[in-house]
Design a protein around this ligand. Sequence first.
Ligand SMILES: [Zn+2]
Length: 222
Amino acid sequence: MILLLLLMIAAGVLVSGRVSIPNRYNPWANFDAREEPGVLTRLKLARLRADFPQCLVALKTTALKASPLPDRTTGDCPLLATVRVTGSDVAFSSPYTATCAVATAWGAFERHALQPAALRHFGQRVVRVEHLGSFACRSIAGRDRLSEHASANALDIAGFVLADGRRISVLSDWKGGGDKAAFLRDLRDGACRFFNVTLGPDYNAAHANHFHLDMGGYRICR
Ligand SMILES: [Zn+2]
């Protein structure tokens, strides 16, 4: 009871703005991709799914080149709170449409997981990312639930190209040892810190050639 009272007082003081704490420790502050990730990172990113205007502000803190799209429906699939992504600090194999939440999570992943892992393992940056798409109006393979791809709330990543031109692919480099396999495992683990769902070759055969990253309501990291 006393603990609850203390928590309520602490919350009241924070909301009143009389005490300022760094945004990364403040659960009410909007997500900022430039801040070091912390315990609140995924919570703040997940919240962006329900708040398009706030998400567009957060998206501007990433390196992504993206512009908002009007809400619309394609077939049975509603496309809400989406953006068109044309590039970033890395080049993408093609432009894609994704929810603002997915794009913002990607921006944070790129800055805090992808490039640090590339520098650690290869001493250079990733310059190009090969993806298999974000929007597909379909159900999950073998099930009758709509895929997160049906709302462009997911992104499938197949490979990476380093500054020296070396290519790393999930399909051919996940198995076995070596720098490329270790790099891909670091990326899978790193993605779990930003995306609600991260699935790779360890999950099932359908993901042997890509990482599936989404901001849906589930929490899986495999
Ligand atoms: Zn996927």
